[in-house]
Ligand binder design. Structure first.
Ligand SMILES: [Zn+2]
Length: 670
């Protein structure tokens, strides 16, 4: 029954009655018991409960006894559609995780439906956990905007721009056009701010950043960017530009726009001052930074310097949830551990990071972040009468903040209002068809799982996934033998029937990855230290996947082998080891003298190889030639036989095994 208003009363839509109201306004007013009156999408008044009941007649009175009433939580950095990829691949290094797993799956599956579904799933999770506003960076960002708008959530939707092709754009010009249209279409929307999201310095160019900055300034919208997430990234940037990333952003004029910089794990004091002076918001993502071992952001120093630091979950693929209560707790705890000072980032400061500072970090503090008349009604209530949050003390005036930060759980969220609309009522989600969303997510995950398993099984697919490989199916005829008489070999080389066209000298270190299924072939990582002019050594790194079987064996044990893929290895051996996770790794080193010769009008490579490890003192001669047809192979096999004889290799010294099997014979036979 709605009580009719008395003549002295004003009518409002909703009255949040008799809660412990934590306003997060400039005075950090706390009202116990207090009330919040809401009309339309805005807060009309905040005051003592009794006074509010006397002044306002509400359409709907929400009983907030035994609950904290506070501003909705703001997730300042996330990638909502990645909720679909939650738990796909964990406990990996950032490069392996991203290039080895996330990017291949994204290339295969990210489309508008994926983004809409993932964002919807994320909205349901966020709302239940008390998050009312987010800042997102992903692809097909308009789908994220639609998902959030349909759910009724507030958000900054940042369309990713980078110099590489993305799932939704082949070029960055295409991305920029997408963003410009997107920003224009959503301008003035009640809940959604469409924005450019240049991925990061290393994924963009100066030109891209200039253009996104111009766009952000023209439309007065923020731009979202990852900054200084890892130490490697900062080091590389320093090397490239002689400037630290934040200083570079300032020099380039990027900070003239409203920027929200995600991570800022590796920023120094000078950069922190720049962030403070330029009003650049920072999104601190403690779980993601810990999980990917990126480090711990200097949050205490940033806050002390006056930087607007909010908290974010980052994507659910690196967190693995969107639980802001967990993030806020970490945001309060980590700086204490790092600075060894328990007084830094007290609970009240942590709540501020989740609310009003988060709003400042997103440049939305004129609208949200605190409970004040005129601001949007983004409000949550948190039940603090649960077992894990009892009993209560009121000793310092700070106890309520400590209950929120150190004990409250996302599941304690009781009511959620966004823009004056009731979204969660006594723990029930009033918007979105949760069962339907979950069913769709499960179905999509099944498909991704199937793709992932097939991909994981094929070394070739994995190799192709990380890019940079040229597919080449190269056939080679080769003959090899143990050399017992070096003089005979030298005499053979000097024989007038052949001509040496080139000679090189090098140390070769090969690392073979052997897999449980021999059908996968073997992957060889080779470090070739070629000795050049003036004895300078040039290292060359290459990666070769060799097929499992010899195609044919000719007379004199000359073999036709097939090398399936060769490519420059532009990543570290460590990366490949972690990415391919072979069952066994065998290392083989040898010194190689290579003679390119012409014999009977054809080209051959003659290698004089000496192992750098055991069997010490042995030498081998290997003769190779590329081949294209059966007939050509047959002819070359015959000629290699002749050459072996000419080099003094007797038939009983001919070997068919590869060096990896010869040198690591014991291990191999086990
Ligand atoms: Zn991120």
């Amino acid at each position: 029954m709605v009580k009719p208003p008395t003549p002295a009363q004003e009518t409002v839509d909703i009255l949040l009655d008799s809660g412990l109201v934590v306003t997060m306004d400039a005075d950090r007013r706390v009202l116990d018991p207090g009330g919040v009156a809401i009309r339309g999408n805005a807060i009309v008044a905040v005051g003592p409960a009794e006074e509010m009941r006397a002044r306002y007649a509400a359409e709907c009175v929400v009983d907030c006894r035994q609950q904290v009433v506070m501003p909705g939580i703001i997730n300042t950095h996330t990638h909502l559609p990645m909720s679909i990829l939650r738990g796909l691949a964990d406990d990996l290094r950032l490069d392996v995780w991203l290039h080895g797993y996330i990017l291949p799956v994204e290339r295969e599956f990210v489309n508008p439906e994926f983004c809409f579904l993932g964002a919807t799933l994320a909205c349901a999770e966020m709302l239940r956990g008390g998050t009312t506003c987010f800042a997102d960076m992903y692809y097909y960002e308009e789908e994220v905007a639609w998902a959030a708008a349909e759910a009724g959530m507030r958000g900054i939707c940042g369309e990713t721009v980078m110099k590489f092709p993305t799932p939704d754009a082949l070029t960055y010009e295409e991305s920029l056009q997408y963003v410009a249209d997107f920003v224009g279409r959503w301008k003035g929307h009640e809940l959604i701010v469409a924005a450019p999201a240049p991925h990061s310095l290393y994924m963009c160019t100066a030109e891209i950043l200039q253009q996104t900055t111009a766009l952000a300034r023209e439309h007065d919208v923020p731009q979202l960017i990852h900054v200084s997430e890892t130490a490697d990234e900062v080091e590389a940037w320093l090397e490239q530009t002689n400037m630290r990333p934040t200083r570079w952003l300032e020099e380039m004029g990027v900070l003239d726009s409203k920027v929200t910089a995600a991570h800022c794990v590796h920023v120094n004091s000078e950069e922190i001052h720049i962030l403070a002076e330029r009003g650049t918001g920072v999104a601190h993502n403690p779980t993601s930074n810990l999980k990917l071992a990126s480090g711990i952001a200097p949050v205490a120093e940033m806050l002390a310097t006056g930087v607007a630091v909010g908290v974010g979950t980052d994507g659910a693929a690196s967190n693995n949830d969107l639980n802001m209560f967990e993030e806020v707790r970490l945001a309060a705890l980590l700086p204490k551990g790092v600075t060894r000072s328990p007084v830094v980032v007290p609970a009240q400061e942590a709540v501020a990071m989740a609310t009003i500072y988060g709003a400042r970090a997103l440049h939305l503090d004129h609208l949200i972040g605190s409970l004040e008349p005129g601001k949007r009604a983004d409000i949550i209530t948190v039940s603090t009468e649960r077992l894990h949050n009892l009993p209560h003390y009121e000793t310092t005036g700070e106890n309520v903040y400590s209950r929120l930060v150190y004990t409250a759980q996302a599941s304690d969220v009781h009511h959620v209002l966004v823009n004056g609309k009731h979204m969660v009522d006594e723990g029930d989600l009033l918007v979105l068809n949760e069962a339907h969303v979950l069913e769709q997510a499960r179905n999509l995950a099944r498909r991704i799982n199937k793709f992932f398993l097939a991909h994981e099984k094929s070394i070739l697919d994995k190799l192709v996934s990380i890019g940079g490989l040229e597919q080449q199916e190269m056939f080679e005829v080769q003959g090899k033998g143990r050399l017992r008489d070096e003089e005979a070999f030298r005499a053979g080389l000097a024989h007038p029937v052949l001509r040496i066209t080139r000679h090189t000298s090098r140390d070769q270190y090969d690392t073979y990855f052997v897999f449980a299924d021999p059908g996968q072939g073997r992957l060889r990582y080779r470090e070739d230290n070629v000795v050049g002019a003036e004895d300078r050594v040039y290292p060359i790194y290459s990666l070769t996947l060799t097929g499992p079987s010899k195609e044919a064996v000719y007379e004199n044990s000359v073999v036709l082998s097939r090398s399936r893929f060769t490519a420059p290895a532009d990543r570290s051996l460590r990366f490949y080891r972690e990415y391919f996770s072979p069952e066994r790794v065998i290392e083989v080193g040898k010194h190689r003298e290579r003679y390119h010769i012409r014999y009977q009008g054809l080209d051959f490579a003659v290698n004089l190889d000496r192992p750098l490890g055991p069997p010490e003192g042995e030498a081998f001669v290997e003769i190779k030639s590329r081949t294209w047809s059966q007939q050509d192979a047959l002819r070359k096999a015959g000629l290699i036989g002749e050459l072996l004889a000419m080099f003094g290799i007797s038939p009983e010294d001919v070997v068919r095994e590869e060096y990896v099997d010869l040198f690591a014979g014991d291990e191999e036979s086990r």
